[in-house]
Design a protein around this ligand. Structure first.
Ligand SMILES: [Zn+2]
Length: 206
């Protein structure tokens, strides 16, 4: 598995390009904006984008979707089922407010807790982790989890938005993420990477 980080969009969200080395099949996590370096990385290596996966529906994580759908028309857009409404509604996803254009998007696939997707030799497992948004998801692939705005290095996602819940985010982290092996790498939506073991020891919010 190859994981490459790009900062995209007006809030420089962490966007990841994840590739199965054997088949070159690839998914993109949270494209906040259209980023030429990201597209060159994918096209230059002849990677095949199968999925664009959104950890949640907020504008700073979805702004790059319309342009990337044009670049990679075969890619399927994936989001958690409980953020369907947010993805479709520019007021709820705050895309206009976040210096992106107002966006109303429809996904190709809405995933639920525990669901898996096969991509080449990689198995993607989805966890429903509400709290930052009602339908937030984390994606586990091998020994890495893409945690969106649920878990950050020594921090957690904001819970002061409509539909957010502090109790729910703490419960999600404890029950869905802190049960993973300590050595699991955590790739969050903002700030640097961390690990489950480090956060269990050091995260002051959980
Ligand atoms: Zn967010």
């Amino acid at each position: 598995m190859i994981i490459k980080l790009f900062h995209t969009g007006p809030l420089a969200v962490n966007s990841y390009v994840v590739t199965d080395e054997k088949t070159k099949k690839t998914f993109i996590v949270d494209p906040g904006g259209h980023n030429a370096d990201m597209v060159n990385h994918i096209k230059g290596n002849d990677f095949q984008v199968e999925f664009i996966i959104l950890t949640h529906g907020h504008g700073d994580h979805i702004g790059g979707v319309p342009a990337l759908r044009k670049d990679f028309p075969a890619a399927k857009l994936v989001i958690g089922i409980h953020d369907k409404e947010m993805l479709e509604d520019p007021e709820l996803n705050m895309s206009g407010m976040m210096y992106v254009q107002p966006l109303s998007l429809t996904a190709d696939r809405y995933v639920t807790d525990g669901e898996t997707l096969q991509m080449g030799e990689l198995e993607l497992k989805f966890f429903h982790t509400p709290g930052h948004t009602p339908g937030g998801i984390c994606i586990l692939v091998e020994n890495a989890v893409f945690s969106g705005d649920t878990l950050f290095e020594q921090s957690i996602g904001r819970t002061d938005f409509p539909g957010s819940s502090y109790q729910a985010i703490v419960k999600s982290i404890r029950e869905k993420l802190f049960v993973l092996p300590d050595e699991t790498a955590v790739y969050p939506g903002h700030m640097g990477p961390t690990s489950i073991g480090f956060e269990k020891e050091n995260n002051p919010f959980v």
